[in-house]
Design a protein around this ligand. Structure first.
Ligand SMILES: Cc1cc2nc3c(=O)[nH]c(=O)nc-3n(C[C@H](O)[C@H](O)[C@H](O)COP(=O)(O)OP(=O)(O)OC[C@H]3O[C@@H](n4cnc5c(N)ncnc54)[C@H](O)[C@@H]3O)c2cc1C
Ligand SMILES: Cc1cc2nc3c(=O)[nH]c(=O)nc-3n(C[C@H](O)[C@H](O)[C@H](O)COP(=O)(O)O)c2cc1C
Length: 524
């Protein structure tokens, strides 16, 4: 490529020079030669800039040792989104960068790269994301020869799990043991902490990335409707929520995620104000915006009663600054843009002391219909639909029906009927979420097979029971190329389905499905 560019530049220069001689100008020969040289140089500069722009935005493709490798390991899409921002910040600063899924990396690529930035999430109980599990088993079992590599790790996790940022930490340790040189110390991000993410981008600025990469913007939505989907059930209430944008409706695909900035309920804030003897109307500043102390506290993580003492005497602004921001909550989108609104299915979570979960409580109870909700939609490529002709096995329980509903809508609209839905809940009378829709898909050509798992004669049938009972069907669907999509709680559904699949098709076959992107999980 470089040789061809130099050749073309030479030809251009010659043509310019010859054209200059043939003309009737009075310029001396040396000036014509200099002009021709300038033309060639400008051409080469143009080619270089275009090539840099292209390589910085490319995903995959042939690697180039000059590029910074930006590799992500993700389960639900956050790490990939941050990796894309990282590539963009580098590109905006004129640094060529290449995006790659850790799952697709091999030793040769790492040895060839001059610099690699890893953005790695942890899932399960300290596990690597599904797609990165193969990389960990294949590459990280023993130190490799990576002494020529300079690297950095951004580890995503949640400190409420015992093994905080487990995979990111193991990756960091393996790179170090392999002789790679750390560019800077690992950045650990707890529940999407914006300050830690800003710290990562500040570090990238030292590598030539454009500084101030903006955190993704939240939009204002309106809570248009809320309806309980399981009235009278003994199970925790599940709500169908409809949100309308106050600006243009953004685009999204089945499998994508709504990220909501919740607010604390007013009563919890009033309790804290009373305990701290502070006036809720006192003026404070949060994220550069002036507001009352009460409004600011609705956006911070409130301390448990036993921890309030540390805020005593801090004053209004001190109380706000002394508390962490409330982490955004994520919900699978249950609708498509064609529905004209974002629909969510939220299970109301209640602590043992009777209080509601912060995010689910706010959305399902405390926020009034018509209230403004700060929300943004983000892509979740790992849970997007398969190629159109591929059969799909959709397995879900409870609120997990959300993502599967969006997929069923997408498949039905595309006229793809080779879908097998396995859905589980408790009471067939009260907990059969979206019964009418599911039955109408079954009656039409949209659903080839439906298995429902309810409590029958005191025995709860589970999705994993269906997989075991219908093992020959499962083998046949997989032989026909089916992809398996699992959505719902990890402990109740995800782990059980995983164990049943290992039992019925074997661990090696399941690993192959993961490597082929045919086993995708949106579990939480
Ligand atoms: C990719 C993804 C998709 C998701 N999709 C959905 C979906 O479609 N529908 C859905 O309903 N959920 C979904 N979730 C889960 C959702 O994001 C929230 O985790 C859920 O709503 C609970 O949040 P919360 O703020 O109500 O609970 P929190 O207040 O955050 O509490 C969470 C847990 O922390 C513990 N806890 C925290 N504080 C206390 C305390 N003071 N006392 C006792 N226990 C405490 C409790 O055990 C509680 O169960 C999804 C999650 C992910 C990651
Ligand atoms: C089912 C589940 C299990 C998780 N397990 C862990 C864990 O063991 N350790 C940890 O630090 N974080 C854990 N997390 C938090 C995620 O790492 C964190 O939310 C991260 O931002 C997800 O990024 P991703 O979308 O790129 O997968 C878990 C999250 C979920 C939903």
């Amino acid at each position: 490529m470089a040789a061809v560019s130099i050749f073309i530049a030479g030809v251009l220069a010659l043509l310019w020079f010859a054209g200059g001689l043939a003309g009737h100008g009075v310029a001396p020969l040396w000036l014509k030669a200099a002009e021709a040289g300038l033309v060639a140089a400008l051409y080469l500069l143009f080619i270089r800039i275009t090539a840099r722009r292209k390589s910085a935005s490319e995903t995959g493709g042939a690697e180039n040792a000059d590029e910074i490798l930006v590799a992500y390991a993700t389960q639900t899409g956050v790490a990939e989104e941050l990796a894309r921002h990282t590539v963009k910040a580098l590109a905006d600063g004129g640094q060529a960068a290449r995006l790659a899924d850790v799952a697709a990396l091999d030793l040769a690529q790492l040895q060839k790269a001059r610099m690699a930035l890893f953005i790695a999430s942890t899932t399960g109980e300290g596990d690597a994301p599904d797609a990165a599990g193969g990389f960990e088993a294949r590459m990280m079992a023993a130190p490799a020869a990576l002494s020529g590599l300079r690297y950095a790790v951004l580890a995503l996790g949640d400190s409420s799990y015992a093994d905080f940022c487990g995979f990111g930490r193991r990756l960091d340790a393996w790179l170090e043991a392999s002789g790679a040189a750390a560019l800077f110390v690992r950045t650990d991000v707890d529940r999407g902490d914006e300050a830690a993410i800003a710290e990562w981008f500040a570090k990238l600025a030292t590598l030539g990335a454009a500084s101030g990469a903006d955190a993704p913007a939240f939009e204002t939505w309106r809570l248009a409707a809320r309806r309980r989907l399981n009235p009278g059930s003994d199970n925790a209430p599940v709500f169908h929520m409809c949100l309308e944008p106050t600006a243009a409706l953004p685009d999204w695909r089945a499998g994508d995620i709504a990220v909501v900035r919740p607010r604390n309920e007013t009563r919890a804030v009033d309790d804290l104000l009373l305990a701290l003897k502070l006036d809720g109307g006192a003026p404070v500043t949060l994220r550069g915006e002036k507001m009352t102390l009460k409004d600011a506290l609705r956006q911070r993580t409130l301390p448990e009663p036993g921890m309030r003492a540390k805020l005593a005497g801090a004053g209004a602004q001190g109380a706000v600054d002394g508390l962490q921001p409330l982490a955004p909550r994520e919900y699978s989108l249950a609708s498509l843009p064609a529905d004209g609104k974002a629909e969510l299915v939220i299970r109301q979570l209640r602590y043992p002391d009777g209080r509601l979960g912060v995010g689910s409580g706010w959305l399902t109870e405390h926020a009034a219909e018509g209230a403004e909700i700060e929300m943004r939609l983000r892509a979740n490529p790992s849970f997007r639909g398969p190629e159109k002709d591929r059969p799909m096995i959709l397995i879900g329980a409870g609120s997990g029906v959300a993502g599967l509903r969006a997929h069923m809508k997408e498949r039905a609209a595309a006229g793809r009927g080779r879908n097998w839905l396995i859905f589980g809940e408790r009471d067939p009378e009260k907990d059969y979420l979206f019964k009418d829709e599911i039955e109408s898909w079954r009656a039409s050509a949209a659903l080839a097979r439906l298995d429902l798992c309810f409590l029958e004669d005191g025995v709860q049938r589970l999705a994993q029971d269906v997989l075991r009972e219908e093992d020959s069907q499962l083998h046949q669907w997989l032989k026909d190329g089916a992809a398996i999509y699992v959505s719902g709680s990890r402990k109740g559904l995800g782990d059980g389905v995983d164990a049943a699949l290992k039992e019925v098709i074997g661990e090696a076959a399941l690993s192959r499905l993961i490597a082929d992107n045919r086993y995708r999980r949106d579990v939480y």
